[in-house]
Design a protein around this ligand. Sequence first.
Ligand code: T46
Length: 144
Amino acid sequence: MSENVIRFNIAGDDRGSLVALESNKNIPFDIKRVYYIFGTKPDVSRGQHAHRNLEQVLICLNGFVKIKLDDGTASQEIYLDKPNEGIYIKDFIWREMSAFSPDCVIMVLASDYYNEDDYIRDYDDFLREVRTVNQYMRTELEDA
Ligand code: T46
């Protein structure tokens, strides 16, 4: 899978640190929604779905979490534990979050409003849809 970690510049001085996030600058889309996940119970796995039309950047503001990403052909695991680091997740990527530390706070920036119809929650459906999309992209490239 392609590199998808974004490292944000820290504007630090002797008082501490500050990170600024800006649409279409260090965040590669227009930010329409922000949500955050905290107080996750031990041994819980979250996510386990993909989106059809949504880009997101996940930033672990406190603690740590393991993120598994799967594009239907390959998967990777990333540990997020720095408030100046995010992962960019485009559409048609299956994601799972686990190994949450008790103090974990994840902030998510999203390119669109919440829409339950955009979720693919069954892994076999995800594989079917992602193969169809990939086949369509290959055909478009060949015809270009
Ligand atoms: C994702 C991962 C990283 C809302 O009402 N509005 C929202 O914007 C969101 C994201 C969720 N909700 C409601 C829907 C559920 O009743 O909050 C509840 C928990 O949502 P969900 O089970 O989808 O949470 P996660 O942690 O499994 O997944 C979330 C996002 O839904 C998803 O887009 O990529 O975080």
